[in-house]
Every structure is written in C-alpha cells, then in structure tokens.
Ligand binder design. Structure first.
Ligand code: URA
Length: 238
C-alpha cells in the first residue's frame, strides 16, 4: 500500500504540493470514489486511479541509461566522491535507483540505473554471461599475441583464469585503441587483463552491456530513460 500523493508523484503527475492540490480539488478518484486525502493508502497494483477521469497506470520499475563520467563512484552514497546517483536529478524516484554493476572511478560509459532488482541480478549473475563491450586506450602496441592470450583466458591472480575475452585491435601504436568483450565482471578486470600482458590501460569506456548500447547523444554525465524496446530486449537476457 502506498500514499496516494506519493503514487501520483512517482507517476510524474506533479510535485507533492501540486498533486495534493489536485486531490483537494476533487480531481482524483480511487475506484470511482473521489479521493479526499493525500495520505489515503492505495494499492498501486489493483486500485483504479483516475485524474480528471483519465486512468493512471502504475509503473513499478524505472530504467535509465547514464553515461557515467570519470570521477564518480558507482554507488548511491559516498563520503568522498560524487556518486552516479548525483547525476540523476529531479526524478521523483531517484531514491529507489541503484547502478547495475560497477565501473571504476576513472571509467566512463554505459551504466544502467534501475529499481528492478531481479533484472539487475540477472544481468550481473555469472551464470548468465551477459557480454560487456569496452573501448580502451592502452599504452604500447597491442598485438595478435595479446588477442590470442585474451581468447584463452588470463591468470589475473585469482583461483580461476578469466573467461575467454574477445579482443579487437582498432589501432596499434604507441597508444593502441581496442575493443574488448568480457562476460564477467571481476574487480578491475580489463585493467588487470592488460597488466597481465604487460600493458597499461589509460582510458576505459563501457559501450555495451548485453543488448543495451550507450547512446552516442549522451555526453558524460547525461542520462535518459530506456525506451520500451530497450527494456524488453534486456529482459530477454537468459
Ligand atoms: N574493467 C576495469 O578494469 N574497470 C572497469 O571499470 C570495468 C572493467
């Protein structure tokens, strides 16, 4: 059960004081009866709520794509640094959101923010092998030998080798540019995989997670809601 004014707020029908005003003016009905009090408890799943006669359907889950900038942590609270939640401003449901997985402080790119714990769990669970694609700049020449090593899995100092990773060289030189696809999310995984072949990652950006691709129109620090299609595609991840 949820307060009526909270529910209307969460459905983006206005600020708390605006929706309270709508209720006072008798514009809101619950199961056909004019609502009297903003604090009235309602059942978001089953009550039929209308504003000015128009039915409001309750949306339980929200999904945002954030282009995480460098310099913020993938957490909802932190004593020292800005968090990814600081970038999701003015959303009535921002307090419910959490990031799906972590990117390092200095890593940029695609971060899904949601309140859907089940989907998050599925996308992160090692059993589901959801592929994540990163673009990186690496100090030194990345070689065919590195591609081979990545494809076999690397010993990054844990009990098990990493799963095979698909490394594609975009440009090899003093500073190389690469794409790499991994299906796990171990701590500092890409940086440690390159360290393993004697190279240093100097820039890292996630550009894809499963079916979800970073929107090129989002500058670092910007976000947008996922489209319905993007949500449906993500939910198909087995
Ligand atoms: N691998 C890393 O090393 N860092 C990240 O942020 C993500 C993957």
């Amino acid at each position: 059960m949820m307060r009526l004014d909270k529910l209307l707020c969460e459905m983006n029908l206005g600020t708390r004081s605006q929706v309270k005003e709508q209720i006072k003016k008798g514009r809101v009905t619950v199961n056909g009866n004019t609502a009297q009090r903003p604090e009235q408890k309602t059942d978001p799943e089953n009550d039929r709520i209308c504003v000015d006669g128009k039915p409001i359907s309750y949306i339980q889950y929200v999904y945002y794509m954030l282009h995480k900038p460098a310099g913020c942590v993938s957490a909802t609270e932190d004593g020292r640094h800005a968090t990814v939640l600081d970038y999701i401003k003015d959303e009535p449901r921002r307090q419910e959101l959490f990031p799906v997985g972590r990117l390092d402080l200095d890593t940029e790119g695609l971060l899904l923010m949601t309140n859907d714990g089940e989907l998050a769990h599925r996308l992160l669970s090692p059993a589901h092998h959801v592929p994540k694609t990163y673009y990186a700049k690496v100090k030194g020449q990345v070689t065919g030998q590195d591609v081979e090593e990545f494809s076999k899995g690397l010993d990054i100092g844990e009990k098990k080798l990493t799963k095979p990773a698909e490394l594609t060289i975009l440009q090899s030189g003093e500073i190389s540019e690469i794409l790499v696809i991994i299906t796990e999310g171990r701590f500092h995984q890409i940086k440690r995989m390159f360290a393993c072949v004697g190279k240093e990652v100097i820039y890292l950006k996630r550009i894809r997670m499963g079916s979800l691709q970073l929107d090129e129109n989002l500058a670092p620090g910007e976000y947008r809601p996922l489209t319905e299609e993007e949500v449906l595609e993500l939910q198909k991840a087995k």
